[in-house]
Write a protein that binds this ligand. Structure first.
Ligand code: DQA
Length: 145
């Protein structure tokens, strides 16, 4: 089983970026934790981060070739991107939306997700654990299908 882990804009700055909100772990730390979990589960991950919407959409389209699902933190595109939502719908792969912070307890513009309606589910507010819980949920969903 193979999954694409997609990180949206500004997540390359994790560790330095607003640590009170996003924690002190870097993106490399998060990816390393996901790698460890993937060996425990017995699945393969590929990772991609981009600050641009088009590149994220290209990665989603490419995942249709050989991936069984997508774990995505769309970052700020969560709240704006109909194009990323359409890409997820178009490829039809199961996806789980994750956020480090609890987007529902923050500014009102973060309360809406364009993507959540086309994802299996959304996990937010648990820092790095949001990704780990998301991968477990995605893995179990695909395995039990
Ligand atoms: C985020 C939450 C978004 O609202 C924000 O734009 C981000 C990060 C999170 O992981 O908490 O960039 O997706």
């Amino acid at each position: 089983m193979k999954f694409l882990v997609l990180h949206g804009p500004n997540l390359n700055l994790l560790g330095k970026r607003e640590p009170a909100i996003y924690g002190s772990q870097t993106l490399a730390d998060i990816n390393a934790s996901l790698e460890m979990l993937s060996s425990e589960l017995g699945c393969v991950l590929s990772f991609f981060q981009s600050n641009s919407e088009g590149e994220l959409i290209d990665a989603i389209q490419a995942a249709a070739v050989d991936c069984h699902g997508i774990l995505i933190n769309p970052a700020a595109y969560t709240h704006t991107s109909i194009a990323i939502r359409d890409a997820l719908s178009a490829v039809g792969l199961p996806s789980v939306e994750v956020h480090l912070s609890n987007i529902h307890s923050r500014e009102t513009f973060r309360h809406t997700s364009m993507l959540a309606p086309v994802a299996i589910g959304q996990i937010c507010g648990f820092g790095r654990d949001s990704y780990l819980l998301g991968l477990r949920a995605l893995f179990n969903h695909v395995k039990n299908k």
